[in-house]
Design a protein around this ligand. Structure first.
Ligand SMILES: *Cc1c(COP(=O)(O)O)cnc(C)c1O
Length: 464
């Protein structure tokens, strides 16, 4: 190609504004800046192609390219995922699916103004905790409560407010890393509290705590080990005994519960996890827990306990830095309200508890139905599989919940799983025993059909 020909081709490229005008009338997206970006990028690409000696695309192709680019840059990055992993509270997938009542509350409050921090009686500024404090106290049997951004933030805030520059006694068996770099010793350091470790990894005795108490002790901390278990020759001091010891010396016991259920999980066929009520009953001064673990609500850290300590925590400067917004408050209030009701009500109205309670026979039938919807290329096959679901997010880490699902065999499971991950909605699955396993327990209503068509399309794209 001569320079003259090349220049001719470059000159024939439409100007950006021409392309914008041509498409602006027809494009679905009314976002003019995005359209301009898309046109610029398409023309830049086209110019680069021509300079590489390729044939120019037709105006129709250019238009098509702009629409594809426009769709790419205006699509939300927060793609939906069909969770077929069987891990119910999957941190990477956003933990809990919120109950309908919480979704409605968020949407209502998001749209307009609300009395977030406004006292209707006086017209003055109030406190945003009022929307959740009474409810938390009612459910937990506690005196006062406040909310932080998450439980990691709650722990940091509580330690900073109650123990900055002073000692916190904690068992070596509870110096855990929860994941995502939340490590108790690190949080302690950041809070300005001085960690006083006692006992051994596997066993800590009441006398270890007693011997550690001195005039600079501010808090006795208990941490629920959440995502790991010490088995065999091991032992921890029960909360009641820590509280008794603390009372003897006037030292508050802080209980970082993590998952922090408000209902006994044995009602759903799961092993019991400590509830917030039981810690409050045992006399903990302050209990911290997550909003998006066993409450199945929004990300939040719930801090509840005795008024004298909660007041101090609310007044700490970090409380302002870690406060939650109106969407969180609306979602948390609605999620917590469900825990006034019984187990049956929760199963009917809370996706988390529906997933906990789903029985294996029902899930096997779902898997059966899923198989009938598959139209796979000859090189692929599918079968019913017994699977193990898990609660996730550090709750009941060693408890496999018997479940059922489909197992896909294909010429390249990694390739198929990747294609499913990159689809829309994306599919999260597990590769196990040479199969892609799709656990039925974590599917939401209506997702079975969508999942089948995503699997069909992906397999056919790869191998048909
Ligand atoms: C999960 C957990 C945390 C962290 O909670 P987030 O809400 O994820 O910040 C802290 N402590 C314990 C014991 C936990 O289990």
């Amino acid at each position: 190609m001569t320079d003259v020909e090349l220049n001719e081709k470059l000159r024939n490229l439409p100007a950006v504004h021409e392309l914008v005008e041509k498409i602006s009338g027809e494009a679905q997206s009314g976002a003019p800046a995005a359209l301009l970006m898309a046109c610029r990028s398409v023309i830049e690409n086209e110019r680069a192609f021509i300079l590489e000696g390729k044939e120019p695309e037709t105006p129709e192709q250019l238009r098509e390219n702009v629409l594809v680019e426009l769709d790419r840059i205006t699509r939300s990055s927060m793609k939906n995922v069909i969770n077929a992993t069987g891990i119910i509270l999957h941190t990477a997938l956003g933990r809990a699916c919120l109950p309908d009542s919480a979704v409605e509350a968020v949407s209502r409050v998001a749209q307009g103004y609300s009395i977030l921090q406004w006292d209707g009686e006086t017209g003055r500024r109030g406190h945003r905790d009022i929307h959740t404090e009474r409810l938390i106290c009612e459910l937990a049997g506690s005196e006062a409560a406040t909310i932080a951004n998450n439980n990691a933030g709650a722990t940091l805030l509580v330690l900073a407010a109650l123990a900055r520059g002073r000692e916190v006694i904690v068992s070596r068996g509870q110096l855990v890393e929860i994941g995502g770099a939340f490590r108790i010793p690190e949080v302690m350091k950041q809070s300005g509290a001085i960690m006083h470790e006692v006992g051994c990894t596997n066993r800590t005795h009441l006398r270890d705590y007693r011997e550690a108490i001195n005039e600079n002790t501010a808090v006795i901390l208990r941490v629920h080990p959440s995502n790991y278990r010490i088995k065999g020759f091991s032992g921890e001091v029960p909360l009641e005994q820590l509280v008794e010891l603390g009372e003897e010396f006037g030292i508050p016991v802080v209980d970082d519960l993590g998952a922090g259920s408000y209902i006994d999980l044995s009602k759903f066929g799961l092993p019991s996890e400590p509830t917030v009520q039981s810690s409050i009953n045992a006399g903990a001064a302050v209990v911290t827990s997550s909003g998006d673990k066993l409450i199945g609500g929004p990300q939040a850290g719930i801090i509840t306990g005795k008024k004298e300590f909660i007041q101090k925590i609310k007044k700490h400067p970090l409380a302002r830095a870690l406060r939650v917004g109106k969407l969180t408050i609306a979602a948390l209030e609605a999620s917590l309200m469900l825990f006034r009701e019984d187990a049956e009500y929760l199963v009917d109205n809370h996706p988390l508890y529906r997933m906990f309670a789903a029985d294996v026979d029902h899930l096997r039938k779902e898997a059966d139905k899923f198989l009938t919807l598959l139209k796979l290329p000859a090189s692929c096959s599918a079968s019913i599989q017994e699977t193990d679901s898990y609660v996730g997010s550090g709750a009941l880490p060693d408890h496999a919940i018997p479940s059922a699902g489909a197992g896909l065999a294909s010429p390249d499971n990694e390739a198929l799983a990747r294609k499913l991950r990159l689809g829309s909605p994306a599919v999260a699955s597990r590769i196990e025993d040479g199969l892609i396993k799709l656990d039925m327990r974590t599917l939401q209503p209506g997702e079975l059909e969508v999942l089948a068509s995503l699997v069909n399309n992906a397999a056919q794209d790869l191998w048909a």
